[in-house]
Design a protein around this ligand. Structure first.
Ligand code: PLP
Length: 358
C-alpha cells in the first residue's frame, strides 16, 4: 500500500523523514537497547531528547531567554482552561471570536472570570478577521486572546492587534508555518497534531514574568509555574510525543527552518487559491484578505457535488478533503508536512473533475 496525500486538519500528515527516523529508532534508540517509549523520563538518554527538542524549537522560532518553553498534555483544549487559571489576576480578559476554537476558548474562560468578546465574525460564519481599529479593549484586562489561524473556517490574522494587555495566542494550526515575532506575545500555545507531531501534546511558550499568578484553584498539573520549575515533568510527560516533535523540529531545521517552509507554504496556498479563483465549479469560502495558508476551505455550492468530489479524490489517493461537519463543503489542510507535489496533484485532479462536470 502506498502512502496517500493526507489533507486531514489533524491529526495530520507528518514529514516522511520523521516517520522513517521513528521507524528506525522504534526497537532500539541509539545505543540504549530500548524504545523511546520504554525510557524513564528522568534518564539522561531521555532528558537529552527533551533538551534538544526545546533547544531546536527555541532556535526555529527565535525564542528569547525571557520565555519558557513547555511541553504539556491535554492538547490545545486543556489550555482553554489553563490560560484563565494562570493569567486572570483581575478576573477579566478580552477574547476575539474568529472561529469554533476561539469561541470554545472564550466559553471555557467564562467559568473563571469576566470574558469580554470584543470582536466577533460569528454572525458572518467566520469568513473574516474583524477590524482591530473598531475594538474597544477592556482597560484592566489580564490578557487578550486570539486564535491566529482558524482551522475550520480557513482564515488567518495577517497582522496582530496592538494591545496593552499581553497577547495570548492559540497557534495550533499555524505554529512553525510562518515566522512569528515571539516578543509580541505573552503566551503562545499549540496542539501538536497539526504542524508538530502526535495529538495530546501541547507546546506552550510563555513570558516568564507572567508566571506565578495562578489562581488557588488552578490544578497543579495546569499550573504553568509548577510545570516550568519541573521542566514540563511535574508528572510523566508525553515522552513519545515530545520525541516525535523533536524529530519534526530537526527536520524543519534541516530544510532551512521556518523562513524556508513559509515560502513553500505561500507557494502551495497560492497554487490552490489561484485555481479556485479561476474555477467555474469551485469557490473559496473565506474572504480573500484573510485566507489561511494552512486550511483552504471551498465549496461547489451543491452538497451532492461536494460529496462526489471528496469520494472521487479519495480514490486518487487525495484523502480527508471533507469540510468540518459544522460547515460542510471541502477543506484542504496543507500544513508544513504536505509537499508541494501533494497540492499540485490536488489541483490537477480538481481541474479534471471540473472538466467532467461542466
Ligand atoms: C485543533 C485545534 C484545537 C484543538 O486541539 P486539541 O489538541 O484537540 O485540544 C484548538 N485550537 C485550534 C486553533 C485548533 O486548530
Amino acid at each position: 500500500m502506498e502512502r496517500v496525500y493526507n489533507f486531514s486538519p489533524g491529526p495530520s500528515q507528518l514529514a516522511l523523514p520523521v516517520l522513517e527516523q521513528a521507524k528506525k529508532d522504534l526497537l532500539c534508540y541509539g545505543e540504549t537497547g530500548m524504545s523511546v517509549m520504554e525510557m524513564s523520563h528522568r534518564s539522561k538518554m531521555y532528558t537529552d531528547i527533551y533538551d534538544k527538542a526545546v533547544a531546536d524549537l527555541r532556535d526555529l522560532m527565535n525564542i528569547p531567554d525571557t520565555y519558557d518553553v513547555l511541553f504539556l498534555q491535554g492538547g490545545a483544549t486543556q489550555q482553554f482552561s489553563a490560560v484563565p487559571l494562570n493569567l486572570m489576576v483581575n478576573r477579566k480578559a478580552d477574547y476575539l471570536d474568529t472561529g469554533n476554537f476561539a469561541h470554545l476558548a472564550a466559553e471555557e474562560a467564562k467559568r473563571y472570570g469576566e470574558v469580554n468578546v470584543v470582536a466577533s465574525s460569528r454572525e458572518d460564519t467566520y469568513t473574516y478577521i474583524p477590524d482591530f481599529s473598531k475594538i474597544s479593549w477592556t482597560e484592566d484586562a489580564d490578557y487578550v486572546h486570539i486564535t491566529q489561524n482558524n482551522t475550520i473556517y480557513g482564515t488567518r490574522y495577517t497582522s496582530l492587534p496592538e494591545t496593552n494587555a499581553p497577547l495570548v495566542c492559540d497557534a495550533s494550526s499555524m505554529i512553525l508555518s510562518e515566522t512569528m515575532d515571539v516578543t509580541r506575545y505573552g503566551a503562545i500555545y499549540a496542539g501538536a497534531q497539526k504542524n508538530i507531531g502526535p495529538s495530546g501534546l501541547c507546546v506552550l511558550i510563555v513570558r516568564k514574568d507572567l508566571l506565578g499568578h495562578a489562581m488557588d484553584v488552578c490544578p497543579k498539573l495546569l499550573n504553568w509555574e509548577v510545570q516550568a520549575k519541573a521542566g514540563s515533568m511535574y508528572n510523566t510527560p508525553n515522552t513519545w510525543g515530545i520525541y516525535i516533535a523533536g524529530l519534526t523540529f530537526a527536520w524543519l531545521k534541516s530544510i532551512g527552518g521556518v523562513e524556508a517552509i513559509e515560502k513553500v507554504n505561500i507557494e502551495k496556498a497560492s497554487l490552490l487559491y489561484d485555481f479556485l479563483d479561476g474555477s467555474k465549479l469551485f469557490k473559496a469560502t473565506a474572504q480573500k484578505e484573510y485566507r489561511s495558508r494552512m486550511n483552504v476551505t471551498f465549496v461547489t455550492g451543491n452538497p451532492d457535488s461536494d460529496a462526489a468530489f471528496v469520494k472521487a479524490a479519495a480514490a486518487e489517493g487525495l484523502v480527508n478533503l471533507k469540510g468540518h461537519r459544522s460547515v460542510g463543503g471541502m477543506r484542504a489542510s496543507i500544513y508544513n508536512a504536505m509537499p508541494l507535489e501533494g497540492v499540485q496533484k490536488l489541483v490537477a485532479f480538481m481541474k479534471k473533475f471540473e472538466a467532467a462536470q461542466l
